[in-house]
Design a protein around this ligand. Structure first.
Ligand SMILES: Cc1cc2nc3c(=O)[nH]c(=O)nc-3n(C[C@H](O)[C@H](O)[C@H](O)COP(=O)(O)OP(=O)(O)OC[C@H]3O[C@@H](n4cnc5c(N)ncnc54)[C@H](O)[C@@H]3O)c2cc1C
Length: 794
């Protein structure tokens, strides 16, 4: 029976202690009507009488508050695992800071490929979305990314999505448990009361955590709190600021610009970095149009936004009207953000607070569920007005792990955190805050909630009752990567069968079929090497006159890292004028299988031959800057060797004797679906194979209902979601065409246009066979066929 229910705002305020902001609601009380809904959160307008606002109530398993990328991926991950989910987003579009409203690119450990974290792009639902975005939208139009997120959320029958709906209150079920969230949609004048067993706060500012009384931290800690050393001066500021972006375009005809009266004047006087303003600046490249100072980054956020509007319109006035820039007559402002990109506000406390040392020392947590790899990147609070550089950044030597204990509240029993809310110190936050890293945590929260529901336990008990290994395995099975963890799935029939490969690569040569590359800087080949004596390497060089050439051989001090911080050998060879071959004998042995960097040192007037062949698990790297060791700040010296983006970054032509035997069967069933831990973790066929076959045979007939193939989607490529374009819409290593056949040679599945890493094939009625053959077709004559893994399930 429907009974009009008058809900007094004061009731909510008592529960949450929050002022009601910006809803345009009547001052005193709201008359609402309770409506029971089953699936869609829709109002039957015929059931409303006048003077009433509807109030929709629903109980689900998992409520995600905040539809940024973290919230979206958490909701999808949970929904696919069977939870009934409500995703609540206060804005008209999904994506948060990565949406077309703010236009940040999604990044994480790959960090624009500007560090030593190789093959570090985040996996799981996030990677599916990012890969799909590049496939549809390699030019990086942020509007298409909005639509993609919406499509993916709408595709999940287990998710009810509420857009334009802000959570502003909660009701507790007891002192430490969230019972329901209360939200209002300004567009349909409807109130929602959504109860759940578990909540995930991915709202950026932590509305649920704040209202529930979850312990949180704000601003920079003093050094003695966590024993951290990267402590900046007091006048540096305590929080990273908000930023605001604009896009400009050439209108094709002169366009005048009259700045609004509030636009900032005297840019050269007020903005110390005014020389960084470029005619073509737009979007993420304006990250330093930042401000926040010592204001409250939640409650004074509108004030910060207003100041940033002054800055944005003032900067544009400077570009258009100062006379300091050429060719600006036809330029016009195409878009200015209406909400600021928020970097930092609250950080909630879990049972573990991640700190600087964990990042720099790359601590391996046994309860690791995610990882990061962005630099510890702090910004002065005064931002655009500061005399400090726009940011201070320090990298670790490789990726670091994030423990499960950092993604749930230490004092609220059913509350998870994702995105930038996780339990970290301000300094660690400098790294974990980036979208892809926070999203991994939110994906982990989703599958932890699945375990909680199944076992009727709290988030804390997932750790204390020994469910973390299960969580790690569940995450890995979705394609989510966790360093040093291998997927073990005893239901995988492929592990019980016998695998036959048509052939596999013994890497003896990357042919000399490319252009010459001048040795203007050191160039290295990152190669997966075996235990024992390393091979001899032959390069082809071209010198304008007879000279000598230096070669070095590096490994990393830690297995799984790619920072070349141990030089095992240096060699010097004389070379003749003209083209010649140099055979480099390092005479070095390795104690374990690991990646090594074979470096040709820079030399004027000398070039080295390149190859057009690209290959899974092998990369050319180019020497970049060096991060200086700084004991005061507790950071290491790091030489950077980074890849170039395609079409650059060709491999060097190289002969390897004896050939590298690291691409065969033993690399196929490692439980890791990307190069990692010194292994390629892929079967790679010889280059000449246009087709390659993998057969899995069992002693008895199997009934097979599900097959998963894991392809190489180039986890080294940073897939910025907007602004920055990409050379291809499908990663060149990806197998696009394959067939799967049963024991009678009958094709049970064929795809001709695959562009995703994880291909999950569901055979609803199951097939009976005692073998499966996967036939893979080469996509490019310059790239050998490869496969990271095949799993088969009943
Ligand atoms: C200028 C700038 C540059 C940055 N550079 C990068 C970069 O290059 N790469 C990168 O990966 N990261 C970058 N970051 C960091 C990154 O943008 C954030 O840390 C990241 O967006 C955090 O993700 P999130 O999902 O936690 O939050 P958000 O993306 O902010 O998403 C939170 C969502 O919750 C919604 N929400 C808030 N309150 C409520 C409520 N009460 N009810 C319902 N919904 C609510 C918000 O509208 C928002 O959509 C940058 C940040 C800024 C500001």
């Amino acid at each position: 029976m429907e009974t009009p229910n008058r809900i007094r705002r004061r009731t909510f305020f008592k529960t949450c202690g929050l002022a009601f902001v910006g809803m345009g609601l009547p001052e005193k009380s709201i008359a609402t009507k309770n409506i029971d809904v089953t699936n869609a959160l829709q109002v039957d307008v015929n059931r409303l009488s006048s003077q009433e606002l509807p109030c929709i109530k629903k109980q689900v398993d998992y409520v995600v508050v905040g539809g940024g990328v973290a919230g979206v991926c958490s909701a999808i991950t949970a929904a696919r695992a069977g939870l009934k989910v409500v995703l609540i987003q206060d804005r008209p579009v999904l994506g948060g800071n990565a949406s077309s409203e703010v236009r940040l690119w999604v990044l994480g450990a790959t960090s624009h490929m500007g560090n030593n974290n190789r093959w570090a792009r985040e996996g799981g639902v996030l990677d599916e979305l990012i890969v799909e975005n590049i496939y549809r939208n390699k030019e990086g139009n942020p509007i298409f990314f909005d639509a993609l997120l919406l499509e993916k959320v709408w595709a999940e029958p287990n998710i009810s999505l509420l857009l334009n709906t802000a959570v502003y209150a909660i009701e507790m079920d007891g002192p430490n448990q969230v019972g329901k969230v209360i939200a209002f949609c300004s567009q349909n004048s409807t109130q929602y009361e959504i109860g759940a067993s578990y909540f995930c706060d991915t709202s950026g500012d932590g509305i649920v955590g704040f209202l529930a009384g979850a312990a949180f931290r704000v601003g920079a800690e003093k050094g003695d709190v966590f024993g951290e050393k990267f402590i900046l001066p007091d006048d540096y500021g305590k929080l990273l600021g908000h930023s605001m972006y604009f896009y400009s375009k050439d209108a094709g005809h002169p366009v005048k610009y009259v700045a609004p009266a509030f636009a900032l004047k005297d840019i050269e006087e007020k903005v110390p970095r005014y020389k960084d303003i470029q005619r073509d600046s737009s979007g993420c490249r304006l990250w330093w149009l930042e401000w926040g100072d010592d204001l409250d980054h939640v409650f004074e956020s509108e004030k910060i936004k207003d100041e940033l509007w002054r800055v944005v319109y003032g900067v544009w006035d400077y570009i258009k009207n100062s006379g300091k820039f050429k060719d600006v007559e036809n330029l016009t402002l195409e878009w200015v953000s209406t909400i600021p990109g928020k970097r930092e506000s609250r950080r909630f406390e879990g049972d573990y607070v991640l700190k600087q040392q964990d990042i720099i020392e790359q601590k391996n947590f046994e309860d690791a569920i995610a990882y990061g790899g962005w630099a510890i990147d702090l910004h002065p609070g005064a931002g655009v007005y500061s005399n400090y550089p726009g940011c201070t950044q320090y990298h670790s030597k490789g990726v670091y792990t994030i423990p499960y204990r950092s993604i749930y509240s230490r004092n609220i029993t059913n509350l998870f955190f994702g995105g930038r809310l996780i339990s970290v110190s301000h300094i660690a936050f400098g790294s974990t805050r980036v979208i892809a890293t926070g999203t991994l945590c939110a994906q982990a929260a989703a599958l932890a909630a699945v375990i909680c529901k199944k076992n009727n336990i709290s988030p804390k008990e997932v750790y204390s009752k020994g469910f973390v290994k299960k969580l790690q395995m569940d995450l890995m099975q979705t394609g989510h990567y966790i360093p040093c963890i291998k997927l073990e799935n005893e239901d995988d029939l492929a592990l019980k069968g016998k695998i036959f490969l048509s052939d596999f690569l013994r890497l003896s040569e990357l042919p000399e079929d490319g252009t010459w590359r001048s040795l203007k800087n050191d160039i290295g080949m990152l190669l997966p090497l075996g235990k024992g004596k390393i091979p001899e390497f032959t390069f082809t060089v071209k010198a304008e006159e007879a000279t000598t050439l230096d070669f070095e051989f590096y490994v990393s001090s830690r297995l799984g890292n790619y920072t070349p911080d141990i030089c095992l050998s240096k060699k010097n060879y004389s070379i003749e004028k003209g083209v010649s071959s140099v055979r480099v004998k390092y005479g070095v042995s390795l104690k374990e299988e690991q990646y090594g960097l074979v470096v040709v040192k820079k030399k004027e007037n000398v070039s080295v031959a390149q190859s057009n062949v690209r290959l899974t698990g092998v990369l050319s790297l180019f020497q970049g800057r060096i991060q200086k060791k700084d004991d005061k700040y507790g950071v290491d010296e790091i030489p950077f060797y980074t890849p170039e983006r395609r079409p650059g970054g060709k491999n060097l032509a190289i002969k390897i004797a004896p050939a590298l035997d690291r691409f065969g069967l033993s690399q196929l069933q490692t439980g890791v679906f990307r190069p990692a831990n010194g292994n390629v973790n892929a079967w790679v066929a010889p280059l000449y194979c246009k087709t390659a076959r993998l057969e899995c045979r069992w002693n008895a007939v199997q009934v097979i209902k599900r097959i998963i193939l894991w392809f190489d989607l180039d986890y080294d490529h940073a897939m910025e979601s907007c602004l920055m374009g990409h050379p291809e819409s499908i990663m060149p290593f990806c197998i696009q065409h394959y067939k799967i056949k049963d024991d009678s040679g009958h094709i049970i599945y064929e795809v001709t246009e695959n562009h995703q890493a994880k291909n999950e094939i569901c055979l609803h009625n199951g097939i009976r066979t005692n073998s499966l053959t996967v036939e893979l077709y080469q996509t490019s004559p310059h790239i050998p066929i490869s496969l990271f893994g095949m799993q088969v399930f009943k």
